[in-house]
Design a protein around this ligand. Sequence first.
Ligand code: PEP
Ligand code: MG
Length: 580
Amino acid sequence: MEIRRGIGVSSGYAIGEAYVFDRENFRVSRRTLAPAEIEGEIRRLQKASEEAAAEIRAQMDALPERIREVAGSILEAQIRMLQDKTLLEEIGSEIRRNSHTADFSASRTLKRKVKVLEESGAAAFAERAVNELGAIEKSLLRHLVGSKKAGAPSLKSAAVIIAHDLSPSQTLRLDRKNTLGLVIEVGGPTSHTAIVARSLGIPAVVGAAGISVDVSSGDMVILDGVEGKVILNPDEATLKRYQAMERNFVLLERQRARELHDLPAVTRDGTRIQILANIESPEEIPVALDMGAEGVGLYRTEFLYLDNNFEPTEKEHLEAYRRAIELLGKRKIVIRTMDLGADKMPLDGSPPEDNPFLGTRAIRLCFERPEMFKAQLRSILRVTSLGQVGMMVPMISSLSEVRKVKEILEEVRAELRSHEEPAGDSMELGIMIEVPSAAVMADILAAHVDFLSVGTNDLIGYSVAVDRKNERVAALYQPGHPAILRLLKQVIDAGQKHGKPVSVCGEMSGDLVYTLLLVGLGLRTFSVAPPAIPDLKKLIRSVSLEEAQAVAARALLFDEAEPVLEYLKAQTRRFLPDSP
Ligand code: PEP
Ligand code: MG
C-alpha cells in the first residue's frame, strides 16, 4: 500500500481499478485474451519491437552528423533494449501468465522496472535508465496501439481515471456512469478540469505528480477527494474503512440535498441570498435543480465550440440555449459568451501564443472574429423572449471593450429588426470582472452595464500572477489574500453605488470558507458548482447578516492571507460545526 498526496478538488471517494490514460493518450487495453489469441499477441509484440527499433535507427540516420555524435549512444542503447531477448521474454511471459494484451503487458513490465530503479537509490544512474525505459515503453506502445490523440478515455467498466492531464472537453465527455473518479498529475483547484469534475460531481484529485507512471491500469486505487489523497494497492483494512466512508458520504449528500431543497437561502435575520448554478452544458441543469439551484448564473458556452469543431452553427447555438431555457422553466439563465483561449484551447488555426492566458482569449478573440461573435449574439438575442435570459462577457479589461460589445450588439439587433425578428431588447447585459484593471475601475464600468459577475478564478490568478493550472505555484493562489479581499469589496461597493447586482461565479463562491466573508461584504448572488449548493444554503441559514458583516470587517484587517484563512475557517466552524 502506498499513499500519494495531491490536491482534493472535488469531494467524495472513489474505489476501484485504475484506468491509466497515458500522457500521450495511448489507450492500453486490459482485455483478457482467449487462449487462442496468446501466440498472436506475442508475435504482435515481436513485430512492434522490430518496427520501433527500425524507426529509431531511421531517426538516428536522419540526424546531422554533429548531433548524431552526441545523441547516437542514447538511441543505440534504446535500439539494443528493444532487441533485448530477455526483456521481450519477460513481457512474453507476462502475456502468457496473465492472458493480458501485448500493450498492457509491455507497459506493466516496463513500469515495474522503472519502479525498481527509482527505489534503488542509485540516483544518477537510475534517472537516466528511467528515462530510457520510459522512451522504450512509448515507442513500443506507439507501434502496438498507435497514438490516439484528443479523444476522451473510453471505459468499458467502472474505473478511476489516472492521467497526466485531461482537457476540460475530455473531462466533459467522460462516461459519467463508469468514471468513479479522476486523478490528474497537473493542475490546481481552479483549473478548468477541476471545475468540470466538480460540476459533474466526480471526485477528483489534481497535482498528483508522477502518478501515471507508478500506477498501471488494473491496479486497485482509492481516491480521497476530501483529503486530496490517492492510496495505491490498499490493504484490506483500509479498503473496508474507505468503503464505509464512501457509503456514508453518498448518503449524507443525498440527505442534505433533500432536506434543504425547498428551503430558501436566507440569513437568520431575513436577508435573502440568491444561489445559482454554474454549468458547462444544458445536460447539467436537472442535477443543478435537484441540488436546489434557483437558476443558472454562469453557462460556460465554450464547450459548445469544443464539441462542434470550434464553429457551432447558429442552429447548434439555438438548440443548446433553447434546451437550457426549457429545462429551467421560468428560472433565470446567464449565458456567457465564449471564453476560448488560455487553457480552454485556442480556436483551430489560431497561431500559438507564448502566454495564452495573457493573449487572444475570450472577448479579444471575439473581436478578432466578429462574424463568429455575431453568430453567438444573434442566437442569444433570438432566445431572449423564451425565458429570463441574461448575457455576460468574459475578460473585459477596459471601458472601450464594453462600448465595442454594445456597438456590435446593436448592429446585430438592427439586423434582426430588419428581418422583423425579435431583437431581445429586454436582455440584460453583464460583464465579468476577472481582470484586475476591470476590478479597479468597476465603479466606472458598472454605470454602463446591467450587472457584474466576479470571476474570482481568473481575478485571483491575474492579481497574484499565478497560472491557475500550475501545481508548482498552487500554494501562492490564495483567495484570502488581502489584495483579493480589497478588490472584492471594491467591486461589490461599486455595484451597490450604481444599483447594479453583483454576483461571484468563481470557485471561491462555492467554498464555504469564504461564504461569511462574501455575505458580509454585501454579496447577494452566488453562482456555484451544483454539489456545493446544499451546504452553502445551510451555512447562510445559520448566520445573521450582522454576524457575517462582523466577520468581513475583521477579515479585512489582516495583512496576510494565512491568518485570513485561519480566521475564516474558525468562523465557518463556529456556525457550521461539521464543516471541513
Ligand atoms: C472565473 O474566472 O472565475 C470564471 C468563472 O470563469 P472561468 O473559470 O470559466 O474562467
Ligand atoms: Mg474566467
